[in-house]
Write a protein that binds this ligand. Sequence first.
Ligand code: HEC
Ligand code: HEC
Ligand code: HEC
Ligand code: HEC
Ligand code: HEC
Length: 746
Amino acid sequence: MTNFRFLILLGLASASLSSVGAEPPHVPGWVRTANASPEISGKVLLTELGCGACHAPGNTALAAKPAPDLSAVGARVAGGHLRKFIASPAATKPGTTMPDVLGHLPAAERAAAADALAHYLATLGSAPMAFAKPAPEAVERGHKLYHSIGCVACHSPESPLPDSVPLGPLEEKYSVASLAKFLEDPLAVRAGGRMPDLKLDHFEAQDIASYLLRKQTSSTATFQPDAQLAARGKALFAQHRCDACHAVGSGRPTPIALPTLSKVNPERGCLSARSGAWPQYSLSDSQRTALRAALSAQAKPLNAAQNIELTLTRMNCLACHQRGELGGVPANRNPHFTGKDENLGDQGRIPPPLTGVGAKLKRDWLRDVVVNGASVRPYVNTRMPKFGVANTEVLAGWLKETDTLPVAAFTRVAKTDKPHEVGRELAGSKAFNCVACHTFREKSAAAIRSLDLMNLTERLEENWFHHYMANPQRFSPLTIMPGFWPDGKSPLPDLLGGDPGKQRDALWQYLARGPEAGEPRGLVLEPLIVSVTDEAVIIRRAFPGIGKRGIGVGYPAGISLSFDAGQMRLGSLWSGGFIEASGIWRGQGAGQAHILGKDTVNFPAGVAFAVLESPGNTWPTNDAKQAEGFAFKGLTLDAQQRPTFRYEFGETSVEDTFLDVKVTDAKSHFVRTLKFPHRPPPPGLHFRVAADKQIETRGENAFGVGKGLLVRLPAGAIVRGVDGMKELLLPVRGSFSIEYHLTAKP
Ligand code: HEC
Ligand code: HEC
Ligand code: HEC
Ligand code: HEC
Ligand code: HEC
């Protein structure tokens, strides 16, 4: 052990880890803002490099970008990587924005400090890291997602592009599970939102993590934290002021109160080329110049327009959006912005411009978009990310303040002139035919399915609507959205006297009725039925009663199920059709599948396996979305694509297979087999088959559950009453099978 550590120390000490000559920090807003004013780009460096964590920023707009929260870093990052990265951040992850804080120490002392710090950090977070080789199908799906939903707006696609936010050596840093957890909620670790939340569901995160770690081999060396070293590391963490930037536990970072940035000598300390007891950033000459310029101007308060520019630049909104002269999708990344509907041209694939967006969107909607990533364009593959309240809420206010339009003149249509009926007429296929290009409550009339007419008035300022409708090309020169009143005249003189302002108002009043608005003429109902033929169909999406970790399976025998991969339980069973998917298609990751069964049987939330010391013990409440102690391990498919669910709880692994059995055309049932391939189940293990008000014996080892289900079990099942409910439990001693028969007439 001692020898081993000695070798590592030597290894680190002999490699030249000085940050001199290292790649300068990659600050996205600095790298890609050719048009930003020099004053703004220097300020972007000040915040993104965290200067304000140690030097009083003197201006809230210049507060430091929050560094990652290290509370559970030991469960997220491999120990060996921690040691390397802390000893030499820029050499380990070229372009990192973390400065080298230990750089002024003699090489051996630096290596020893990094080692102790790594041991300390490795003790933070409970679960040890488990490495597993990513599944090839997951890598394939992740590859597609990574290149389509917006990651490559900022990061490099598979064939590298310059000006990309570096990802560093992910294979030596994360496991698939820890990276997926990070990607599912990046703001929990990196609260600054520079790595925004792309609204990934559990499976998408798993797939992308598998793709990013596609070159990982099974075991990265394990790392055993040593208690003594960890204690020393803890002291060093405070001594070297890591805590000025990083929070640990419930604590917040502890800023050092060095003199205000406006008062520093810009030739010295962190901005000098010398090494000393300050962090080293390996700044490029142009970065140093911009920082100096920003320091001398930094005390001046910013106006709303400057605040907008600063925020859009440092959050890198400009990687996806254009606003006036700023930003926009660069030519070399343009092919990665794709859409589902070619008819819509660039508007169906490039994120909408932000020019004048404060005058366009209502305050609440604008806030919901920039804070939560609210979205209405399901046909755009790139996602509007979620940036979080702390990072972008104030931006909505600045945009409302800055962007204005003159008040449009029009005459309001009186109730007596029936605005709702006229509006409906105008929108229909005999008049302006809005439904030829826009959906209406998710239904469409034609191949083009642009923005839904039903959420226009909820999102848009009425004043903007009038300006836009009068001349859409003024707002987006290339739009296929036509102007309906050429030369200010209506082609429909019989409606409201042909007054363009009144006709626009009638459309607005009609659309603003929301659920009350009758359908315009010309719509056809077009549900998206997912049908099942001779192979099983698997949809991993949100299902009713389960949420995002749902897996729906439609079987060739005409019966279907949903499985909850968070609690490892059966969610529901039904027969007839499988699902209708327009909710999924519309939701950019947020919608639910609509189950088509009329005889659906739902099973109660909560885990299906538990160890009961005695049969009288109550069933544990472990009904969190991700049940504690349980882990989903993926699917394997048989020749008919029917899945076996694989999962673990504690030390026990389970293989859970449902086979559909067709007896007659109208009658099918499931045979479910649960196996314990690695070790026998622990003593006292019970399986909860069902819980319902009504559970009755129906012959030997058969039970009726509620109104619609009959189950056949192995011998030994127990029915017991709990608070007016009954539970059907099966003591588990080894592999077993259950039959599920749906008995209600659909
Ligand atoms: C981890 C804490 C920390 C961070 C982050 C930090 N500094 Fe420093 N800085 C120091 C320390 C410590 C000194 C030395 C103070 C002294 O000698 O009194 C210093 C000194 C300086 C000085 C010289 C002060 C003088 O008047 O002698 C300048 C200029 C400076 N820093 C600029 C920056 C800039 C710009 C950034 C961001 C790119 C930055 N610092 C980030 C800790 C930090
Ligand atoms: C708006 C730009 C942007 C988008 C879009 C974006 N990222 Fe990031 N990402 C960043 C930035 C900036 C960082 C570094 C954040 C920091 O310094 O705290 C980062 C950090 C990361 C990291 C952590 C790297 C490390 O060293 O631990 C991973 C992994 C990552 N991104 C993956 C992704 C994936 C996958 C997607 C798409 C689902 C994505 N990013 C989308 C900007 C972006
Ligand atoms: C000026 C602020 C600052 C200081 C001081 C600082 N860090 Fe960091 N640290 C960062 C930033 C920013 C990142 C994210 C860098 C990236 O993703 O490239 C980071 C990343 C890390 C990570 C990786 C975390 C993860 O989840 O990916 C570790 C570990 C870490 N720092 C440890 C330390 C230690 C130990 C010290 C003290 C020796 C320290 N840091 C000092 C800003 C700082
Ligand atoms: C990865 C690319 C990406 C990034 C980065 C991004 N957006 Fe978006 N944004 C989109 C997409 C795509 C849409 C359209 C979403 C929809 O309606 O379905 C959108 C929509 C919007 C809208 C609504 C516009 C309208 O007319 O409906 C606003 C406002 C907006 N984004 C602001 C921002 C801000 C502010 C930032 C930075 C904090 C940002 N976006 C970062 C992709 C991005
Ligand atoms: C020939 C196709 C077409 C027709 C017909 C059409 N639109 Fe559009 N419309 C579009 C497209 C494409 C967009 C841009 C969508 C985007 O930005 O993603 C659009 C955008 C809009 C917008 C701006 C929405 C926003 O948030 O940017 C409004 C409002 C609108 N249409 C209303 C209507 C109304 C009302 C009618 C009927 C009077 C109509 N449209 C008819 C294609 C059409």
